[in-house]
Design a protein around this ligand. Structure first.
Ligand code: PBG
Length: 322
């Protein structure tokens, strides 16, 4: 390699046209998935205080947001449901008339080309806010699998294009795959939250989804942030159980995990730029401490550069508008 003064790296940075020619990573709207929070009722649109630009909406309002996203070219939305009632086992999760199921039917009727992805988890539906059945103060793994399978199946019946289990129970991908296949949903892919860390960055989401644990925390089932070898074991397990797409979550603080997972598996990798990562940027921007739109673009680019094929981001519509 030639060195200075023969090689002057600045030559290729002088104009935007030159920079465009040699740019290595591109984020496009094709890469983005928009999360949406659906509540019961009609005409409901409640802003989430801790997440600028994010709302809890009833199905009719959700359709408008989804329509706008589809028009802007966003390929998919990720649905989270807030049920009418919560109970110990989260039985509203598989209610055929629940908000997610109703939203799925409406989305598939009105905007069939938009991918409807559903988050499969119990924490929005349980009174204690944990991601599974509790006994003796602990989340029971194997009992929870049956509930997750029921929930995923009810989403598939209502029209889900992809189901995305986020509970971090062991064996859930196999349990869900079996349940889907048994009812003929062999074509419905599983996007597995395979490496999901017990992160402080989920704070704002728990307000949006009203899913904060009422006691303890999620460290007994979500991953310990210092670990990456373990993330690879989680990922391989999920692939062996039938996962089609692998998720790493959060994203911005876990770029090395995204990199390793992509390099070592070659599978489609989805990264979730989570609520706290999103809101931290916008809060700093509100104070005038940084340019929010530029910071968001930089972070999304970094996530792609690390190897993500797709990114779940609350910024999806805003990105597309710009
Ligand atoms: C449900 C779930 C969570 C998120 C996605 N699915 C919260 C959690 O595990 O506590 C977080 C998303 C975000 O912070 O944007 N288990």
């Amino acid at each position: 390699m030639s060195t200075f003064p023969e090689y002057r790296p600045r030559r290729l940075r002088r104009t935007e046209t030159l920079r465009r020619l040699v740019r290595e990573t591109h984020v496009t709207v094709d890469d983005l998935i928009l999360p949406l929070f659906v509540v019961p009722g009609r005409g409901v649109r409640r802003p989430v205080g801790s997440m600028p630009g994010v709302y809890q909406t009833s199905v009719d309002e959700l359709l408008r947001d989804a329509e706008e996203a589809a028009k802007l070219g966003v390929p998919g939305v990720l649905l989270f449901g807030l049920p009418e009632h919560k109970d110990e086992v989260g039985s509203e999760a598989w209610n055929e008339r629940g908000p997610v199921q109703e939203a799925l039917r409406a989305l598939k009727r009105e905007i069939p080309e938009l991918l409807a992805i559903t988050d499969v988890c119990m924490c929005e539906y349980t009174s204690h806010g944990h991601c599974g059945v509790i006994r003796d103060g602990e989340v029971q793994n194997d009992e929870t699998l049956e509930l997750l399978a029921k929930e995923a199946l009810s989403h598939a019946r209502a029209g889900a294009d992809i189901v995305a289990p986020s509970d971090m129970m062991d064996g859930r991908v196999a349990a869900i795959r079996r349940a889907l296949d048994d009812e003929g949903f062999t074509h419905v892919p599983i996007l597995s939250y395979a490496a999901k860390y017990a992160s402080a960055f989920y704070g704002p989401f728990r307000e949006a989804a009203e899913s904060a644990p009422q006691f303890g925390d999620r460290r007994g089932y979500q991953m310990d942030p210092p670990n990456v070898e373990e993330a690879l074991r989680e990922v391989w397990l999920d692939i062996e159980e039938g996962a089609d797409i692998i998720m790493v979550k959060p994203a911005q603080a876990y770029l090395d995990v995204i990199w390793r997972v992509k390099q070592e598996t070659g599978y489609p990798v989805c990264a979730y730029h989570v609520s706290g990562e999103y809101s931290a940027i916008l809060a700093a921007a509100e104070r005038g401490w940084l340019d929010g739109a530029r910071a968001m673009r930089e972070v999304l680019t970094a996530i792609k550069r690390a190897g993500a094929d797709m990114i779940i981001t609350y910024w999806a519509r805003e990105f597309a508008r710009r």
